[in-house]
Structure formats: structure tokens, C-alpha cells
Ligand binder design. Sequence first.
Ligand code: ZN
Length: 179
Amino acid sequence: MSNQILGMSEGTFWVVVFAEAFFMAIICALIANSKNRSSLGYFICGFFFGLIALIIVAVVPRVDEAFSQEQRKCPYCLGNVPVRATKCKHCGSSLVAKGVPDIAEGDLIEISREIKVNEQVAFKKGEKARVEFIDPDPERPENKYIVLSIDLNKRFRLSKWDMSFIDNVDFRTFLTRST
Ligand SMILES: [Zn+2]
């Protein structure tokens, strides 16, 4: 009365099939993840299509090679990184500038790294400063934010990657507090 498939009882057969499908799904998901592709999508494909999904995920190109040809320079090490990278692949610096599109003239910002100009520390990391005005330089269009250093009472050109946006608060209040 017991059904036999490939010499196994039917129950054992389905356990083996399920285990194999699950194993393929995991392998496909891991490969997909390493290529910046959908691990869930490939997990499902691997589960149902096994070897076919494995072959597909093995041959598809990495996402960042296929779609992100646009490059920009990392402001810390000047290595080329994809425009949308959030972390530099060369030096590991975080390339995320919070609220970047919102930086406007008069905004209070926080300096995201120590910035030296001519061997002198112009801004300390975490220092707060004000974007006085925005003036793109044709030579260095990225460095279009003219920022006042309170400690030095000097103005510097910064890029959006040097700072993170805090709030659009009245800077005069801030100035009185910090002097
Ligand atoms: Zn870098």
C-alpha cells in the first residue's frame, strides 16, 4: 500500500524535494545578494526553478556594473565611486549627506568631517555653521556652498558632502549662544 518514488517512501521523497528546493533557494539568494540583486526574488526563483534559477543568477551582471556608470569623486580620497554610492569603496568613508537637496542659503548645517585648509583646521567635525550663500564655481561646481567658520570668522567653499543639514533655524540665535 505504501507508494514508492525512486526507492523512497512518498513522504521521504517530498522531504528531500523540499530540502533540495530550500537549499537552492538559499544559494540563489546569497549569490543575488552579493550582486546587489533581489535576494527575495531569487530565493523564490531558486525554490521553484532550482538549477535554472542558479544558472541565471550566476550569469546576470552585478547591478552596480550594469546600471551605475556615472561616477563622481570621493571627497576624502578622490577615488572614483558611483554617483549613488553611500560608502566609498576605496577608503570606506560614508558618503551620505543628510538632507542634501534641502541645503539652502541661511541654513544651519553640521560639519561632517574635520576640514583643513592650508594646514589649518577650518572646521572641526560636528561643528555647526551657516551656509551664507550658494555660488557654484565653474571649476569646482560641487563646492558651491559658502560657509562661515565662526571660530576663524572666515568663509570657505564646501561641498554638500562636507556637511549635513540640521535645521532652518535663525542663525543669529545660534551665534549669540556660541560666542
Ligand atoms: Zn574614498
